[in-house]
Design a protein around this ligand. Structure first.
Ligand code: GLC
Length: 451
């Protein structure tokens, strides 16, 4: 029974600190692919938390939110600079020293590749809102320390930099794709999370005169971000034609090709791939650059947080329908399409063997992506696609012991270095299963606001 198996895995993964549940381990595999999979990752805890919230088990989620908030104080001083308090850890673990329990956080200084987890604080905000919505505990968000934490986070995430666009600039691998994959710059997933974070803050920051200026900044930034993403990231037939016929080297205020993208950068695979009624948000946009790859989580989050318009959301779901084999395949869902190979793979990944073509982050299929997919299908009224993705899926995942990811163009092979007993593979299925049974349960992460 997949339900019992997923539920048992979730229960086994719970981490306790001083007798209280505070999070869940990323995997319960006896031979994990890396030493830190027994830690609680902030982003991995999100689907665990949604399951707990759907069941009315609020305590562990509240403890987690407080724990991560307090762990900010453990930030190490990085060579040459002190990071702002708004940064949240990628993961944490409970250790025992001299018979005493201690919490140890990792802000990326221990992680492979030393990546800064830019997405952690954004997922924390996402969860804070889901917690308040589901439990009704608005007093928690109103606590002075939670309000202070939100303000410090926003100060960091709204800081002036050298940007010419309202999107957020991040290094490679600073979110779910946490290895080099050519996702530096302005990746879509970060922009969708950023938009969600700004909207959450607008909802949960106290109506207080001290917050007025911050609120104004939030409104201006989120409006600009939404318009910018809708204009520059959207890719449909019309937009593709426009780019195909772009003039380049335009100077001044009348320029149409403002980012100076050369039509020659349009990849071959996209010709004929986009049918007229479908479209998607591209992976990354910057000066002279459009990354045309399709990133699943960014697109699905854009639907869930209302960054995509209703028509765009429908067009994205139609893209899934038309390219089911490529984007869903045998195991929902493909993390990015297409994979990079050859010299592109060497340059973009630094010849990373774990990210070989059609594996892991480079075109692997990840069961965790099921929850945002079913959530997006629910929001767009595409129950048919949700049912198709879920068909006999639980049985397979359970039989194969909840792998972390799958390999191959159609995702038919268990990932070469995938963990078994990967907790977010099980929790994503539990959420999806609950959404199918009881669509109203999705209200806890329903669309944000200023659409
Ligand atoms: C891998 C994934 C990352 C995840 C972690 C724990 O590093 O890339 O997104 O949080 O494993 O599952």
């Amino acid at each position: 029974m997949p339900y019992a198996s997923a539920d048992a895995l979730l229960k086994r993964s719970i981490l306790y600190y001083q007798g209280r549940p505070i999070g869940t381990a990323a995997a319960c595999d006896d031979r994990p692919a890396a030493a830190n999979y027994d830690e609680c990752f902030v982003r991995d805890f999100v689907p665990s938390a949604l399951v707990f919230l759907m069941r009315g088990e609020y305590e562990i989620v509240r403890n987690f939110l407080l724990t991560v908030m307090q762990l900010r104080a453990q930030q190490p001083v990085m060579p040459g600079h002190q990071r702002a308090l708004g940064l949240m850890p990628a993961s944490f673990r409970v250790v025992e020293e001299d018979g005493k329990e201690r919490l140890l956080a990792d802000f990326g200084e221990l992680a492979i590749g030393r990546v800064a987890p830019v997405d952690s604080a954004m997922w924390w905000m996402f969860l804070l809102r889901a917690y308040v919505r589901s439990s009704g505990d608005a007093a928690f968000a109103a606590r002075p320390e939670v309000q202070l934490c939100m303000r410090q986070t926003l100060e960091l995430y709204l800081k002036e930099s050298f940007e010419a666009a309202p999107t957020m600039l991040v290094p490679d691998g600073s979110f779910m794709i946490d290895r080099r994959m050519g996702v530096y710059g302005h990746p879509l997933e970060i922009q969708a999370l950023y938009y969600g974070m700004l909207c959450t803050a607008d909802e949960l920051l106290e109506q207080h005169s001290d917050n007025e200026k911050l609120r104004q900044t939030i409104t201006i930034r989120s409006n600009a971000l939404r318009s910018y993403v809708r204009l520059y990231y959207w890719m449909g037939r019309d937009r593709l034609n426009e780019i195909h016929r772009y003039h380049s080297e335009e100077f001044g205020i009348d320029a149409r090709n403002v980012l100076n993208v050369y039509p020659e950068t349009i990849p071959d695979w996209i010709d004929g791939w986009l049918c007229p009624s479908s479209g998607y948000l591209v992976g990354n946009v910057g000066p002279g650059r459009i990354d045309f790859r399709f990133f699943a989580l960014g697109n699905l989050l854009a639907i869930l947080v209302g960054l995509a318009t209703d028509q765009e959301a429908q067009a994205i779901m139609r893209l899934y329908q038309h390219h089911w084999d490529a984007l869903v395949g045998e195991m929902p869902l493909k993390i990015v399409y297409p994979a990079v190979s050859g010299s592109e793979w060497r340059h973009l990944t630094g010849s990373d063997p774990k990210n070989a073509p059609w594996s892991y982050h480079n075109g692997g299929n990840w069961p965790v992506l099921l929850w945002p997919f079913i959530g997006a299908a629910r929001r767009t009224g595409r129950a048919d696609l949700a049912e198709r993705a879920m068909f006999e899926l639980g049985e397979r995942l359970c039989q194969q012991n909840w792998p972390e990811y799958y390999d191959g163009r159609r995702g038919s092979l268990i990932g070469r270095r995938a963990n078994y007993q990967q907790v977010w593979s099980a929790t994503a299925w539990l959420i999806a299963d609950e959404l199918m049974e009881n669509p109203a349960s999705g209200a806890l992460f329903d669309q944000f606001w200023f659409s």
